[in-house]
Design a protein around this ligand. Structure first.
Ligand code: ZN
Length: 253
């Protein structure tokens, strides 16, 4: 199917226009780094039962199931590299043009690309917490253990550690939605990237930008419910961000 993309030079002009810019990213940004979208039609959803893997009651009953199923697609993420989109966003923040990134992703790639202000709506495996005491462990240590077939335990009390990812049946991380709403609501331009905007509450964030008088730029392969409200619309993230890198000199390529 052919999609018309608006002129990237017009998007670059919007970004460089001097207003406050924020970004909201979904799975489409991470697929460029080779991380499958487990909700997408070609994603892991067909091979892995995400509803069961990320069920908090199931995790508490049998954490070994989670750690076995997640061995590759969570604990192999350390081998993935940030994409051009991650790197351009980090470059825009360094230039003072981007106030921050709100992400639905749990792959830590924005931080690894150099972004400093990142709101992770669904948490992150960067830390694993003990349910029974203040014990914690960082991703790298847990990942090497899990990839060798182990289950991470608290080094203080021995309880099984839980990743800082938000499971089904859990509340979003404390403060994340408030910080995201603040970023979206104060943006003159919100870049909506690689998300089909169907999962709540994330899908409501662009409306905060619109209601406050800001504009949206939407780059997503598939249609989104906000296409009719977007000041700029594109479909090919890789192509759009290659042009933005050249036009705005983010030094990401
Ligand atoms: Zn503990």
């Amino acid at each position: 199917m052919h999609h018309h993309d608006d002129d990237p030079a017009a998007l670059a002009a919007l970004i460089a226009g001097g207003g406050t810019v924020a970004a909201f990213t979904g799975a489409g940004v991470s697929t460029l780094s080779g991380i499958p979208d487990f909700r997408g039609p070609e994603g892991l959803y067909r091979r892995l039962d995400a509803d069961r893997i990320f069920d908090i009651a199931g995790f508490r009953a049998d954490p070994g199931y989670f750690y076995t199923q997640a061995r590759e697609f969570i604990y192999g993420m350390g081998d993935k590299e940030p994409s051009l989109v991650h790197r351009v966003l980090a470059g825009l923040e360094r230039q003072g043009r981007l106030g921050g990134v709100i992400t639905q992703n749990i792959d830590m790639l924005h931080q690894r690309a150099g972004s400093r202000t990142v709101v992770e709506l669904h948490g992150s495996p960067s830390w694993h917490a003990c349910p029974d005491c203040p014990g914690r462990a960082a991703f790298a240590a847990v990942a090497s253990l899990v990839r060798a077939g182990g289950i991470p335990r608290c080094d203080r009390c021995g309880a099984v550690l839980k990743p800082g990812i938000t499971f089904f049946g859990e509340l979003l991380p404390s403060g994340a939605l408030e910080r995201a709403a603040q970023l979206a609501g104060s943006a003159d331009l919100l870049l909506v990237l690689g998300s089909s905007l169907v999962v709540q509450p994330a899908a409501s964030l662009p409306w905060l930008t619109l209601r406050a008088g800001g504009r949206l730029a939407v780059v997503n392969r598939d249609p989104t419910p906000l296409d009719g409200y977007a000041a700029w619309r594109g479909h090919d993230l890789g192509a759009v961000f290659a042009r933005l890198d050249a036009l705005l000199g983010t030094g990401a390529a």
